[in-house]
Design a protein around this ligand. Structure first.
Ligand SMILES: C[S@@+](CC[C@H](N)C(=O)[O-])C[C@H]1O[C@@H](n2cnc3c(N)ncnc32)[C@H](O)[C@@H]1O
Length: 216
């Protein structure tokens, strides 16, 4: 399935969806998506590293990085960011340099500003995953890394049918259940400066996939 056949999502839908989700987000999604956040933080953490957390949401992954990792979070949703700010203050996360409202497809950071970018559970919710990846790659320095965690949809069979049907409700859900690996694979193929360093399934039940990319 090509990127063009993905269900359409736009920013206003995403903002509405996450304004609705924000008060319940942690209760519903903290546990089930925790292994992916831990894996992303472990892959990205490093002494003195400056890491951009794209789509930081309520900041559930922020305490999972080492305290020597300097973090900047960006998200489109004010209500989600407010919860992240509260979490940072309550946990005393002094390594968080800033949490800013912004669009992953048009980041306000200069080129090569970060050693690493993580985007847990974000590519499935942005209107244009390739534009988002281009922008993330722009702000990561050559030699740096991009760590993505997503549910990768089934390519065929009954689960693919269900995910495609659910995809029709994407706008209301705020994410796409159907998101084939080819969307990421096609982007990597057309970027000579990006290499896939690691791809592995994560708990629970291999539902989510971590992809670690290197900016050459
Ligand atoms: C499924 S949540 C993931 C949040 C967090 N990374 C986590 O692991 O819980 C997706 C987040 O991406 C944000 N988001 C969606 N589209 C965005 C965009 N274009 N730019 C920045 N953030 C965006 C949403 O507001 C939401 O907070």
């Amino acid at each position: 399935m090509a990127k063009d056949s993905l269900a359409q999502i736009d920013h206003s839908h995403v903002e509405e969806a996450y304004a609705r989700w924000a008060p319940f987000y942690d209760a519903v999604f903290a546990a089930v998506m925790k292994p992916g956040r831990l894996a992303a933080a472990a892959a990205a953490s490093g002494a003195g590293r400056r890491v951009l957390d794209v789509g930081v949401g309520t900041g559930l992954e922020l305490p999972m990085f080492t305290r020597q990792t300097r973090l900047v979070g960006v998200d489109l949703s004010e209500p989600m960011l407010r919860i992240a700010q509260k979490r940072v203050a309550e946990a005393g996360l002094q390594n968080v340099e800033g949490l800013v409202r912004g669009d992953a497809m048009n980041l306000s950071f200069p080129d090569a500003a970060f050693d690493c970018a993580v985007a847990p559970y974000v590519l499935t919710v942005v209107p244009d995953p390739h534009a988002t990846l281009d922008e993330i790659a722009r702000v990561v320095r050559p030699g740096g890394q991009i760590v993505l965690v997503n549910h990768i949809g089934a390519e065929s069979g009954p689960i693919a049918w269900v995910e495609t049907a659910m995809g029709k409700a994407s706008a209301r859900l705020g994410w796409r259940p159907e998101f084939p690996w080819a969307v990421l694979g096609d982007w990597i193929d057309r970027r000579p400066d990006i290499a896939l360093a690691e791809r592995r399934k994560l708990a629970p039940l291999g539902l989510f996939t971590l992809a670690r990319l290197e900016r050459l």
